[in-house]
Design a protein around this ligand. Structure first.
Ligand SMILES: Nc1ccccc1C(=O)C[C@H](N)C(=O)O
Ligand SMILES: [Zn+2]
Ligand SMILES: [Zn+2]
Length: 209
């Protein structure tokens, strides 16, 4: 059996959410007891909480929702790059471009340690020319351990717009602390939520045999 790394954040009431967003909540609608044979829960989640995939609808009104996204970008070979040396934004000079050659999916590790406990407003964004160059090399999916490709205060979402131009897909909030850089198989499927601009994913990396 090849090794599997779970690169998903746990979803629970304390999962950090984008400032101003309501928090994640798991509710109990029924508990096992007299006359009730089952536990039954329900959940509320902001769509950009935890480890998630942005649907094109997030950054374009005519973009596909999570239910309408083709799944092929979200499953297949990928390369994980360590860019912990990047400051503020991941720039062209921060990337090992030789390692990207031939990759269809690229994941970037920016954090020394993923901030599970609190929202980090100073996460490391990605420069839009990095996205454009990845797109021109045939990359179809960009993933990051940061909360967004663009800085928290950005109103122009330059990196997201570069993703749109290259018709790539996005994963955000990955937990990459324990995974050595290198090549893996990625599986991170968005839920088929009709009209959703993003969706939680269970993201895993599988060792390539
Ligand atoms: N402004 C927001 C308010 C609430 C929730 C998310 C956002 C985002 O901007 C998400 C971000 N653009 C992202 O990369 O997914
Ligand atoms: Zn998002
Ligand atoms: Zn995003």
């Amino acid at each position: 059996m090849s090794r599997i790394w779970d690169i998903s954040q746990p979803l629970h009431a304390a999962v950090p959410v984008w400032p101003g967003e309501p928090v994640f909540a798991l509710h109990s609608h029924a508990v096992i007891g007299d006359g009730c044979p089952v536990n039954v829960g329900g959940m509320f989640t902001p769509l950009h909480a935890g480890t998630h995939g942005d649907a094109p609808l997030h950054y374009a009104n005519d973009g596909a929702s999570s239910a309408d996204c083709e799944l092929d970008a979200y499953i297949g070979p990928c390369v994980l790059l360590d860019v912990r040396h990047a400051r503020g934004r991941v720039e062209i000079s921060d990337i090992d471009w030789a390692a990207v050659e031939g990759a269809e999916r690229v994941l970037l590790r920016t954090y020394e340690q993923f901030p599970h406990e609190q929202w980090d407003s100073d996460f490391t964004a990605i420069a839009n020319d990095v996205i454009a160059r990845l797109g021109s090399m045939g990359v179809r999916l960009i993933g990051t351990d940061a909360a967004s490709l663009d800085p928290e205060q950005s109103k122009t979402l330059d990196a997201h717009q570069a993703v749109k131009a290259a018709d790539m897909r996005i994963l955000e909030g990955l937990v990459l602390d324990d995974v050595p850089p290198g090549r893996y198989e990625l599986v991170a499927l968005p839920l088929r939520i009709v009209g959703a601009d993003a969706s939680p994913v269970r993201a895993i990396l599988r060792e390539i045999a």
